[in-house]
Ligand binder design. Structure first.
Ligand code: ZN
Length: 146
C-alpha cells in the first residue's frame, strides 16, 4: 500500500522527505507501508523517550540553529584570536611561540576553543592592533601638544 499522508496527521515529529517518512525525534527513517507501523513506532519506548528529551529542549538541532551556533562560534573564535594576539604582542611574547606543542596543548586543554596558528593570527589581527596602537600614539601626541 502506498504511503498516505493522513497516517501522520496528529504527529508533529514525523516529516515526509520525498516518499520516505522521517522521525525527527529519533532521527531515523521509518519504513512504513501501513498505518499501524507509524502508530507502532510512535508508541515504542525509544520514541517516547526521545519525545520526552525533545520536549526538555535537548532535541535534534535544526539546520538554522546549527548555523546560528556556527556563526556565534565564528565570532567567538575571531574575538579569541584578536585578544590572544593583543595579549601576546603587549606582553612581548613572539607569536611564533603559538607553534610550541606544549603551549598549544595547554591552551587547548583549558580554553575549550580552537587554538589558532601563528600565521592565522599574524594575518588576521596584527594589522588592526598596529592601527589601534598608532591611533593611540597620535591621540597622546595631540593631547601633549595642546
Ligand atoms: Zn521516533
Amino acid at each position: 500500500m502506498p504511503f498516505n499522508t493522513a497516517w501522520i496527521k496528529g504527529y508533529r515529529e514525523f516529516t515526509l522527505d520525498g516518499d520516505k517518512l522521517f522521525c525527527t525525534v529519533c532521527s531515523k527513517i521509518i519504513h512504513a507501508d501501513k498505518k499501524f507501523i507509524v502508530d507502532q513506532h510512535a508508541k515504542c519506548s525509544k520514541h517516547i523517550l526521545n519525545m520526552q528529551k525533545s520536549e526538555g529542549g535537548t532535541s535534534q538541532q535544526t539546520l538554522k540553529t546549527c548555523l546560528k551556533q556556527s556563526a556565534k562560534h565564528t565570532v567567538q573564535q575571531k574575538q579569541f584570536n584578536a585578544e590572544l594576539c593583543k595579549a601576546m604582542i603587549t606582553s612581548n611574547i613572539p607569536l611564533a611561540k603559538l607553534n610550541s606543542p606544549n603551549l598549544r596543548q595547554f591552551l587547548g586543554k583549558f580554553c575549550n576553543i580552537n587554538i589558532p596558528d601563528e600565521s592565522t593570527i599574524r594575518k588576521g589581527s596584527v594589522d588592526s592592533i598596529f592601527k589601534e596602537t598608532l591611533t593611540n600614539i597620535n591621540t597622546d601626541r595631540k593631547v601633549k601638544s595642546c
